[in-house]
Design a protein around this ligand. Structure first.
Ligand code: GLN
Length: 290
C-alpha cells in the first residue's frame, strides 16, 4: 500500500519556496507564505506557529491553483486581491496599479508639508487615483480634509470607491471619471497629488513580466515618459489655491526634467525627495502667486 503523504504547512512552504526559486519567481519564500496565508485565511504568523498542521485536500487544491498563477507571473497582490499601503489594507484588481512602497514617500512628504503649515481643512485632488491608495491614506490621516479623486478608468474608480468605504473616508471623497482636470473645471485645491503613468513607451516591453500584467494605461507616459507631467504642470496653477502644492511621484531619472517643467510654469521647486533605493522619487512644487 502506498504510504499516505500528508502535506503540512511547514513541508508545503519548503516545497513551494524551492519550486518558485526553480521557476525564477522573486521572493520565493515570502510569496509562498503570503499565498498560503491567503488560502488558509490566516496571517503569516499563524503559519510559523502551526508548521505541523496538515493541510486538508481542498486547501491543498486551492493552494496549488494559486501557485500555478504565480508561476505564470501573476502578481501576488492580484491573486490575493489585497495590498498594504501606509498601514492600510487596499483592495486591488488588475484594473489598478498595485500600490508601491516608494509611493508612501509621496504621501509622507505631502503630509509633512501640511503639518508644517496650518491649512485647517485642506482640499486635496489626486489625478489618476487607481486604487485610491494615495488620497485615501491621506484622508485617513487628515480627519478634516476633503478630497477629489479622478481617473480615466471607470473600473479603477470602482476599486477606489470600495477602498474609500473600507477606510471610512467615503463621505469626504468624491470620485470622478475624466482625463486630468476635465472633471474639476472651475475648482481649486490646496494640494494636487499625482503618480501618473511615467514609463517611456519604448521601455514598457522590457518591464518585469509582473509589471506588464498591470494596466498599460497606468504605466504609459508617452515617448519620454513625461507626457502627464507636461500636461498637468501647464494648467495646474488654475486648479490650485494661492500658495498651493503640486506633488508628483516621478520615474527614475525624471526628477530634474519635472522640476524644470515646474519652474517654467512659475512653480517653486520646494523639495526633491529620494526613495528607499536613493532614487529621486518625489518632486514637490509650490505655487508662487501672491
Ligand atoms: N512604479 C511603477 C513601476 O515601477 C510605475 C508606475 C507609474 O508609471 N506611475 O513600474
Amino acid at each position: 500500500m502506498e504510504k499516505k503523504h500528508a502535506w503540512t504547512i511547514g513541508t508545503i512552504l519548503t516545497w513551494t519556496r524551492q519550486y518558485f526559486q526553480d521557476k525564477g519567481v522573486d521572493n520565493p519564500r515570502l510569496d509562498a507564505e503570503v499565498l498560503l496565508s491567503h488560502i488558509l485565511g490566516k496571517d503569516r504568523l499563524y503559519l510559523y506557529v502551526h508548521f505541523d498542521q496538515p493541510l486538508e485536500q481542498r486547501e491543498l487544491e486551492a493552494f496549488r491553483a494559486v501557485v500555478k498563477r504565480r508561476v505564470l507571473r501573476e502578481p501576488v497582490a492580484y491573486i490575493t486581491g489585497c495590498r498594504e499601503f501606509m498601514g492600510l489594507a487596499f483592495q486591488v484588481s488588475p484594473s489598478v496599479l498595485i500600490p508601491r512602497p516608494d509611493t508612501e514617500i509621496l504621501v509622507e512628504t505631502v503630509l509633512a508639508k501640511l503639518a508644517g503649515q496650518n491649512t485647517a481643512a485642506p482640499a486635496l485632488l489626486d489625478i489618476g487615483t487607481g486604487s485610491g491608495a494615495i488620497i485615501i491614506s491621506m484622508l485617513h490621516t487628515l480627519a478634516a480634509a476633503t478630497g477629489v479623486a479622478v481617473d480615466i478608468s471607470a473600473e479603477a474608480l470602482l476599486v477606489a470607491r470600495e477602498n474609500a468605504c473600507r477606510h471610512g473616508v467615503a463621505d469626504r471623497l468624491t470620485l470622478y471619471k475624466g482625463d486630468i482636470f476635465s472633471a474639476v473645471a472651475g475648482r481649486q485645491f490646496d494640494v494636487i497629488v499625482s503618480n501618473p503613468p511615467y514609463i517611456p513607451q519604448k521601455d514598457i516591453t522590457g518591464l518585469a513580466a509582473e509589471v506588464r500584467k498591470e494596466p498599460h494605461l497606468a504605466l504609459d507616459g508617452g515617448a519620454d515618459g513625461l507626457d502627464f507631467y507636461r500636461r498637468i504642470s501647464q494648467v495646474a496653477s488654475a486648479y490650485l489655491t494661492a500658495g498651493g502644492l503640486l506633488a508628483f511621484e516621478v520615474g527614475q531619472g525624471q526628477a530634474d526634467a519635472v522640476a524644470e517643467l515646474g519652474r517654467t510654469q512659475q512653480f517653486l521647486v520646494e523639495a526633491i525627495v529620494k526613495d528607499y533605493a536613493g532614487i529621486d522619487r518625489v518632486v514637490l512644487l509650490r505655487d508662487t502667486r501672491q
